[in-house]
Design a protein around this ligand. Structure first.
Ligand code: AMP
Length: 425
């Protein structure tokens, strides 16, 4: 084959696709129950948006963006993340005028030119939520609660919330200066990447997996928080305790994106190594100003769907299985096709999943396909059935067989209805 999918991308089909759809439905349903409504923004944006909002010193912008020019020479980027686009849309559509808190969720592909490895792709998908318009720590708590809720309904156990505050433009510069000074003493011990980060983005050193040793010797952001950041951090912790949400304070947790202020958190699945972060989020009160608007406080999170699907507990995956087929038509005579295709259509309008075997293979092979599809019923249409205008309906679970006139198939399955087939109609 001449063409291969680009490195770091995936083709999704079959059972995998069905799992994805179920996960996506669960995620959207959860967000909606928390009062978040869906927002869809373009997959590409002006590259400047990410450069300004995410920050030039971040890996995402400096190394990982898919950049291109359109035919008019505009500089565009495939979106590497979706918080900046949501804020851009919020401002551009003058949603600020609505006042109060606006809650959005999104779900879609993101693109980062990163080194592909387990759980890391170049096109990956994120589900995320953003609450825009309030500085109150209760909103941070709601976001953390929503993100925990989605992992719980997906059956994750033993997940942990790691929490930190990364300060604000008032207190962070003092910390950053102190950090730079300290790092000068450890220059030789830093990895090549981090050595270059001292001047550009020293906070990123906390994210580096190769510089673990040094982290213990560095000053901690939490010792440098201004009164406002400290009050916010304490209030958030009080609210979380009041909600009986467990969390671990992690003063080394610094998210890789520049726009975070105050709250930064991750939900981790212990024991999963480098890719153990299932979800990351926090407050980004400075982002609206970076986008050229006024002060609009906001908080949000995002989670990678690939990592979710790959880490879902096996028992939950089992239940998610494929969507089962209700009835499966097996055709043994040419004349059976129009009958089966039209009867299947009628059953589908009752809400059943009806499949028709169109391969013309042997009965045995067709039956095997029906069993593999986990069909409840097989409907045989052969020469006898065509002569009598009645189908042989076999319950593949009990093996009971009935002869049902073609014209009665709908009534037959309607009567079976709720007891055997679950939701009908
Ligand atoms: P970030 O936007 O970097 O804070 O990442 C948020 C979440 O997106 C992570 O916790 C991962 O679950 C997921 N994620 C980030 N980058 C990738 C990637 N390259 N491939 C797959 N998932 C990713």
């Amino acid at each position: 084959m001449k063409y291969k999918r680009p490195r770091g991308t995936q083709d999704l089909f079959g059972i995998q696709m069905e799992r994805w759809r179920k996960v996506e439905r669960l995620l959207s349903g959860s967000a909606q129950r928390y009062g978040y409504s869906e927002i869809r923004t373009p997959i590409f944006e002006m590259s400047e948006l990410f450069i300004r909002a995410v920050g030039e010193g971040s890996d995402i912008v400096s190394k990982e963006m898919y950049l291109f020019q359109d035919k008019k020479g505009r500089n565009l980027a495939l979106r590497p993340e979706n918080t900046a686009p949501v804020m851009r849309a919020f401002i551009e559509n003058a949603l600020t005028r609505r006042g109060g808190l606006s809650r959005f969720y999104y779900l879609g592909p993101m693109f980062r030119y990163d080194r592909p490895q387990a759980g890391r792709y170049r096109q990956f998908h994120q589900f995320g939520a953003e609450a825009i318009g309030s500085s109150h720590p209760a909103v941070d708590a709601e976001i953390i609660d929503l993100s925990l809720h989605v992992f719980r309904i997906l059956g994750f156990q033993g997940i942990e919330v790691r929490l930190n505050s990364v300060g604000c433009p008032r207190c962070r510069p003092g910390f950053t200066e102190r950090l730079k000074d300290t790092l000068q003493h450890y220059r030789e011990e830093l990895c090549g990447n981090c050595e270059g980060r001292i001047e550009v983005n020293p906070l990123r050193i906390f994210d580096c997996k190769d510089c673990q040793e040094i982290k213990g010797k560095l000053p901690l952001i939490t010792d440098y928080l201004c009164a406002e950041c400290r009050d916010h951090f304490n209030a958030l912790q009080d609210i979380l305790r009041g909600m009986e949400i467990d969390f671990t304070l992690d003063p080394l947790l610094v998210r890789g994106l520049d726009y975070y202020t105050k709250t930064a958190y991750e939900i981790v699945l212990p024991g999963k190594g480098a890719q153990n972060a299932l979800c990351g989020g926090g407050r980004y009160d400075g982002l609206a100003q970076d986008c050229g608007a006024g002060f609009i406080p906001a908080v949000g999170f995002s989670t990678g769907i690939e990592r979710l699907v790959e880490n879902i507990p096996p028992s939950v995956l089992e239940e998610m299985g494929g969507e089962k087929t209700d009835v499966f038509f097996i055709i043994l005579e040419e004349g059976g096709y129009p009958v089966a295709l039209s009867r299947a259509r009628a059953l589908r309008s009752l809400g059943l999943k009806a499949e028709v075997e169109l391969s013309g293979r042997s009965m045995k092979k067709q039956l095997k396909t029906a069993v593999d599809a986990k069909a409840d019923y097989a409907i045989f249409i052969g020469s006898d059935e065509l002569r009598r205008s009645e189908a042989t309906v076999k319950n593949l679970i009990t093996n009971q067989q009935d002869k049902i006139p073609f014209s009665n198939l709908e009534t037959y399955f309607q009567n079976k209805g709720e007891q055997d087939l679950g939701e009908i109609g």
